[in-house]
Design a protein around this ligand. Structure first.
Ligand SMILES: *Cc1c(COP(=O)(O)O)cnc(C)c1O
Length: 366
């Protein structure tokens, strides 16, 4: 097996994989599983510093984003879509799909969203039911400061929906302090469990907005209301993927026990950027570097495919290119979750430097 140094999925530890192989009871009928599910949700809430309820949904990260939009949007509702990256812009599709009217706030994609400029915009126009924003926009590695942006949106009475799929647990996320109404996460990024689960935290304001709807939510699967009262009734809206949730729990227990986690991500990310810059490689962003993924521009004279192929075939390490408008332009190193360890990163960076050199890239000091 190759070393999967991609920004999701990430490497999964053996005991997390083994937890998924446990014998299991009937998740529809076994009340012990309802307790286990709720306890796991409570652990996630605690790790995200929130009193809000967490729900784990049976579906990959995208399901959480879609469920948030589906559950909030009624015909004609205006939603503000903060866009300085590919996932940022992508939210507009979910808004329109459920009958909403997205307003794109599109800004510089090499720097984080600037709160002052956003406030100037909001002074002119703040009649939005909700806003969507991305904490770490993974295709470019852009980190937006949700701890400032979300309280600003809330000041104007706007519900906040945050995609933190690739940041949470590698970057500090404090849901209550940041006043995030719906926060979306996924199992396959810094959580380092296999892909297949998404989880969301839901605030009282978000619940009220769903309660106050005049029309029903236009989905069953992408619907956060169908979980209402599940614990009292000991009844899930659909059969829960129990084995996946056993795996997720093992990964969450690791995260809870790992007190150096945030500092280590910061250290590793900083070393990674320094190695690249010292060698004369250009980082893709000007500022707003995430501590979970580093993105650099493909140097002149080589292609992304040549770099990725040589890394994989000659060094057994998988890095990622990017997609959409960044296809072929950049290379991404995923140093989140279980990838964020000194040994794997040292091996990855050494192999990358050798690869670039062998492909004829002029590296400073090498
Ligand atoms: C990975 C990711 C998701 C989930 O999307 P997939 O591409 O299907 O894995 C959503 N948002 C962000 C920011 C992500 O990095």
């Amino acid at each position: 097996m190759y070393k999967m140094m991609t920004p999701g999925p990430t490497q999964v530890k053996e005991h997390v994989r083994m937890a998924r192989a446990r014998e299991f009871g009937n998740p529809d009928l076994d009340t012990e599983f309802v307790e286990f599910y709720k306890e796991t949700c409570e652990i996630i809430s605690r790790l995200l510093h929130t009193e809000n309820e967490t729900l784990i949904l049976g579906g990959e990260g995208i399901l959480g984003l879609e469920a948030a939009c589906a559950s909030l949007t009624e015909q004609g509702d205006r939603a503000l879509v903060l866009d300085n990256g590919i996932f940022g812009k992508g939210f507009a599709d979910f808004v329109s799909m459920y009958g909403g009217k997205p307003t794109l706030y599109t800004v510089d994609d090499r720097n984080p969203i600037e709160p002052g400029a956003l406030e100037e915009f909001l002074k002119q126009d703040h009649d939005f039911k909700y806003a969507t924003l991305v904490h770490c926009d993974t295709p470019s590695g852009m980190l937006n400061d949700i701890s400032v942006l979300c309280p600003l949106l809330k000041k104007y009475g706007i519900i906040t929906v945050v995609d933190a799929v690739s940041s949470m647990f590698g970057e500090e996320v404090r849901v209550d302090d940041a006043q995030i109404d719906i926060l979306c996460g996924g199992s396959q990024k810094a959580v380092s469990a296999p892909p297949g689960l998404t989880f969301v935290t839901i605030s009282a304001d978000a619940k009220k907005a769903m309660e106050d709807r005049e029309s029903p939510i236009a989905s069953f699967y992408a619907n956060l209301k169908v979980f209402e009262g599940y614990y009292a009734a000991k009844w899930f809206p659909y059969t829960m993927p129990i084995s996946d949730i056993y795996g997720l729990r093992a990964a969450m227990d690791d995260i809870a026990a790992d007190t150096d986690r945030i500092a280590r991500h910061a250290r590793i990310a900083q070393d990674c950027r320094k190695t690249l810059v010292d060698a004369g490689i250009r980082l893709h962003l000007e500022s707003g570097f995430s501590n979970t993924v580093t993105v650099f521009d493909v140097p002149q004279g080589v292609t992304a495919k040549e770099i990725l192929d040589m890394m994989l075939h000659d060094y057994n390490i998988m890095l990622a290119g990017s997609f959409d408008s960044l296809a072929g332009q950049v290379i991404r190193i995923g140093h989140m979750g279980s990838n964020a360890n000194e040994a794997d990163m040292a091996e990855t960076m050494e192999a990358l430097m050798q690869t670039l050199k062998r492909l004829g890239v002029n590296l400073k000091g090498r």
